[in-house]
Design a binder for this molecule. Structure first.
Ligand code: ADP
Length: 301
């Protein structure tokens, strides 16, 4: 097969592993920076050009799209779909998962367990917002934050009010969430491919830190997950329409609660902690499913 990997950086661990695995399995592979693609979107001759050359003959495309380039990169992916190239994750599903508000609403609608969560932009009545989600302790998050930055634990009513008010002044989207204390600074990343969790790791924050992010000094190890966790992860990926997803789960006393679904989950942490060949499993999935024109949506939202 001829496989395109949409990635901005050939040096990233995940990109390198996918290239290596595709080659090892006998495929031709090209890493394409989506921002450098230019496209003819007319219906009689849809095409993508890259560095002066038309991209032709691809059987599959693996999107590895960073949050900051979602808009243009999903447009490029959509163009591949229009041209009948099989995408490992579809553009529509990626856009859906990148919109945290929309994806949590979709998961809630389908009955997936989530922490009690409120959304706000410019709430006039902070006290009422806090009351609405059950009071403190609360985790207040800036929707635009990543790697745990902009995620604050507020134990008291006063602290919660002042954080919400400070965020309100940033003209940002605010998420106000029940604090799952029993998760004890840990979360579980389930790596889903197809309808299976192929690997799961537990990320544990350092002593005294409720955030488990590896960027905040957290550590990861392989973990055995429960059947409920397995089901929550695969269902969450399925609801968003993702073939490949990193589903982040908090272990609560009421069972698994889904926090986030990532459409371009990194391979580094999970391969290191589990010693599993996740890149190979992704390529194997592509081999099994790639056929011309076999996208559910062909980019239609
Ligand atoms: P980011 O997307 O910036 O990583 P998250 O929403 O994933 O932010 O939060 C960072 C970390 O904080 C999570 O990995 C988890 O360990 C912890 N955390 C987030 N929300 C909650 C919560 N409601 N209860 C307990 N811990 C939480």
């Amino acid at each position: 097969m001829k496989i395109a990997i949409l990635s901005r950086n050939t040096k990233l661990y995940s990109t390198q592993r996918l290239v290596e695995s595709a080659k090892k399995r006998g495929h031709e592979v090209q890493v394409i920076d989506p921002l450098r693609c230019y496209m003819n979107i007319t219906s009689h001759s849809p095409s993508i050009h890259y560095k002066g050359v038309e991209l032709e003959g691809f059987d599959a495309v693996i999107p590895r799209i960073g949050a900051s380039v979602t808009f243009y990169a999903t447009a490029v992916l959509r163009q591949f779909e229009v041209m009948g190239v099989y995408p490992l994750n579809e553009s529509v599903a990626i856009s859906r998962s990148r919109d945290k508000l929309r994806s949590l609403q979709l998961l809630a609608r389908e009955g997936i367990g989530l922490p009690i969560t409120g959304f706000a932009h410019a709430p006039d009545d902070t006290k009422d917002l806090i009351k609405m989600v059950g009071g403190t302790p609360l985790v207040v998050k800036l929707l635009e934050g990543t790697q745990g930055i902009g995620v604050v634990l507020t134990e008291t009513q006063k602290a919660a009010e002042s954080v919400v008010q400070a965020f309100r002044n940033l003209d940002a989207h605010i998420l106000v969430q029940e604090f799952i204390r029993e998760a004890a600074g840990a979360d579980i990343r389930c790596f889903v491919i197809g309808q299976r969790v192929v690997a799961a790791i537990m990320r544990q924050g350092p002593e005294g830190e409720f955030r488990s992010n590896l960027h905040r000094g957290g550590a990861a190890h392989s973990v055995r997950i429960t059947p409920q966790e397995r089901t929550a992860a695969t269902r969450a990926a399925h609801i968003l329409g993702l073939n490949v997803a990193g589903v982040d789960i908090l272990r609560s006393k009421h069972g698994p609660l889904v926090m986030e679904v990532n459409s371009s989950p990194g391979l580094g942490g999970v391969e290191a902690a589990t010693q599993k060949d996740i890149a190979g499993a992704m390529i194997a999935f592509v081999e099994k499913h790639a056929e011309p024109g076999k996208t559910r949506t062909r980019g239609k939202g």
